[in-house]
Design a protein around this ligand. Structure first.
Ligand SMILES: *[C@@H]1O[C@H](CO)[C@@H](O)[C@H](O)[C@H]1NC(C)=O
Ligand SMILES: *[C@@H]1O[C@H](CO)[C@@H](O)[C@H](O)[C@H]1NC(C)=O
Ligand SMILES: *[C@@H]1O[C@H](CO)[C@@H](O)[C@H](O)[C@H]1NC(C)=O
Ligand SMILES: *[C@@H]1O[C@H](CO)[C@@H](O)[C@H](O)[C@H]1NC(C)=O
Ligand SMILES: *[C@@H]1O[C@H](CO)[C@@H](O)[C@H](O)[C@H]1NC(C)=O
Length: 580
């Protein structure tokens, strides 16, 4: 019970306790949790909240579940503990939106009430049936603390907000048992189901057997009676528990989304993406490959392996993400959760923990080698004051301040151009881990080309800042190939010592002869950065002491030995979204 499913990680305090001690027992955690909760409840949440975000979805404690669109309305279900104190009380909280940005809260959609979910209603997904009816598959925790899969259906399909949900008396639909060899404490997070070649439904569920992580397949004719397939959709020996799997088609060329059950248009080539949240590392990984529909197998493309070395959606804080097909706008949308980097005491002080990242459109790059992510267009509606700079040269060791926008709540994109790639340092061939490169060579280490990028959430005299930047290396001495690294360095983000200030890094698959873009969504305590127009994403959480509210500054900078050009820099103040 201690290493819990995605859903329960939304219990921020307990999770933090688990981090410091994986063997902490349930009773002890309950006890401490209650104590902390009481102290937060006596505090008014609105007073002096420099870290509360303006346009990121953020209830007091949250977790991502099954998002969907129904009758033109977006639904966000997220895991929440209404009492804030009790481990076994996880519900599906529910908010709706018409634009993915402003949200309206509803009563809880699903909460523990029956033997098949009395100890918690954990993560799951929505499937839209061919007649348009949405159904939820979710993991319930039964009286023996076994993980079982249940179904819930809307009570009134004429209500576009789908406020009330009914659980089927046939629940649980899928239960672990000794015969089928499933571990009852490692059997959770059903995906959106899809229709196979034989008109039968398929769904996968995250699991593990010893160190083998796997996605177990179940099939059904009627969505109610499910049968376990003899073989999993995919597995990896050694990766440990697979949480929150996601499996969806992408079109080989173009950025439009594909409905989960689709076989593609005539002449359209589909690829499939398998994503898992690795419990061991707390990161979301994906693999691109082919779905063998007859054998019900996912076959990764050459060079891909579904383990802890697979590519990640985001190289910062990002977990338990999930996609859905947006039929209104023909796109696939990805949503993830970013937890806090502050100490337990600070989280208790501010009274909330965890945010949703801004929804991102996701599609396959033309190269076929990776996915591209970009914030949904709707977020641009929050843009107000605009500042534009063009054709500036950033000499070595220089900073360019961007005046005129609310730097604590902003959307900024800068496009760089480097002149002489010959001046790039040669990369050490043993440097295959971008995060290590970024932490060994922090922002104060000069190289030929870089660091150059953005300094965000910075104080006036640069006592505090978060730097998001690039370095360009030569692949080898006589090669004209280059390696681009993107870093997000939090080490100087706050005068406060007690935060997790891990530096993050990612390789960016771009040609550095072309303009190199960096976009950052800055929102008080979160920075979501997109390098190379969505080829590398890094989300970080920071808590400046000085650089809050109007005392926040924004800079473009270059600390490399060669100058770089800023072709353009476009910065916007961002309005606060309605999230109540
Ligand atoms: C179902 O929802 C519709 C639209 O909100 C409402 O008019 C109707 O009264 C509801 N029916 C029931 C039985 O609640
Ligand atoms: C079943 O899962 C539990 C909890 O993760 C673990 O302790 C146990 O070793 C697992 N058993 C097997 C056979 O994998
Ligand atoms: C939450 O934050 C902590 C500390 O910053 C980190 O170590 C942990 O991996 C995070 N958990 C998840 C699920 O991202
Ligand atoms: C950056 O790295 C240098 C050299 O490794 C080190 O001396 C310095 O303390 C580091 N600065 C920060 C802010 O981590
Ligand atoms: C910050 O600046 C804005 C615009 O100048 C102003 O309206 C607002 O009152 C200021 N806020 C604080 C807390 O000083």
């Amino acid at each position: 019970m201690t290493k819990q499913v995605c859903s329960s990680i939304g219990l921020w305090l307990l999770f933090t306790l688990l981090l410091s001690n994986y063997v902490v027992d349930l009773e002890a955690s309950h006890h401490v949790y209650k104590r902390f909760t009481q102290s937060t409840e006596t505090k008014s949440p609105s007073v002096n909240q420099p870290y509360r975000t303006g346009f990121h979805f953020q209830p007091p404690k949250n977790w991502m579940n099954g998002p969907m669109i129904y009758k033109g309305i977006y639904h966000l279900f997220y895991q929440w503990n209404p009492k804030g104190a009790v481990w076994g009380n996880i519900v599906w909280a529910h908010s709706t939106s018409t634009d993915l940005i402003n949200w309206y809260p509803h009563p809880h959609a699903i909460f523990p009430s029956e033997p098949f979910d009395i100890n918690g209603c954990w993560s799951g997904s929505v499937t839209i049936l061919p007649d348009g009816k949405p159904v939820i598959l979710y993991t319930g925790i039964d009286p023996k603390n076994n993980q079982v899969q249940n179904i819930a259906e809307p009570k009134n399909l004429s209500d576009p907000y789908l406020v009330e949900w009914t659980k089927s008396p046939l629940n649980p639909l899928m239960a672990p048992d000794a015969v089928n060899g499933i571990n009852a404490s490692s059997f959770r997070d059903p995906t959106t189901a899809w229709l196979g070649h034989d008109k039968k439904w398929r769904v996968i569920i995250g699991s593990k057997i010893h160190r083998r992580g796997l996605a177990i397949t179940y099939t059904s004719k009627d969505f109610m009676k499910w049968e376990k397939s003899p073989e999993p959709l995919h597995y990896d020996d050694g990766s440990g528990m697979w949480e929150c799997p996601d499996f969806f088609p992408v079109t080989r060329f173009g950025s439009k989304g594909v409905e989960t059950s689709s076989f593609g248009e005539p002449n359209e080539v589909l690829k499939h993406v398998l994503k898992i949240s690795l419990d061991d590392t707390k990161h979301d990984y994906y693999t691109i490959g082919t779905y063998d529909r007859v054998g019900d197998k996912f076959v990764p493309d050459h060079g891909f392996k579904m383990d802890g070395n697979a590519p990640r959606y985001d190289y910062g804080k990002y977990y338990a993400s999930k996609t859905f097909y947006d039929s209104a706008k023909n796109r696939r949308i990805l949503w993830g959760w970013a937890n806090e980097s502050s100490s337990v005491a600070d989280d208790v002080e501010k009274g909330w923990s965890g945010i949703q990242t801004v929804p991102r459109k996701i599609w396959l790059d033309r190269s076929g080698r990776q996915l591209i992510q970009w914030p949904v267009r709707e977020v641009e509606r929050l843009r107000t004051t605009h500042v534009n700079l063009a054709n500036k040269v950033l000499k070595t060791r220089s900073r360019l301040e961007v005046y005129g926008v609310t730097a604590a709540q902003a959307d900024v994109e800068v496009v760089f151009k480097v002149g002489d790639l010959e001046k790039a340092d040669v990369i050490d061939p043993s440097w295959t881990d971008a995060q290590l490169i970024c932490s060994h060579m922090n922002v104060s280490v000069k190289s030929g080309l870089g660091p150059f990028g953005l300094m965000v959430l910075a104080s006036k005299n640069i006592e505090e800042y978060t730097s998001v930047y690039f370095r360009i290396f030569k692949a080898s001495k006589n090669s004209n190939k280059h390696v681009v690294v993107m870093c997000s360095d939090q080490s100087m983000s706050s005068l406060e010592e007690d935060n997790d200030k891990t530096t993050y890094g990612a390789f960016v698959d771009v040609n550095p002869r072309q303009p190199l873009s960096l976009r950052a969504l800055i929102d008080h305590s979160v920075v979501e950065s997109f390098g190379g127009r969505g080829r590398a994403c890094i989300t970080s959480r920071v808590y400046p002491k000085l650089a809050t509210g109007n005392n926040t500054h924004l800079f473009a900078f270059n600390y490399g030995t060669q100058s770089v050009d800023v072709l353009s820099l476009s910065a916007y103040s961002m309005k606060t979204a309605q999230i109540s």
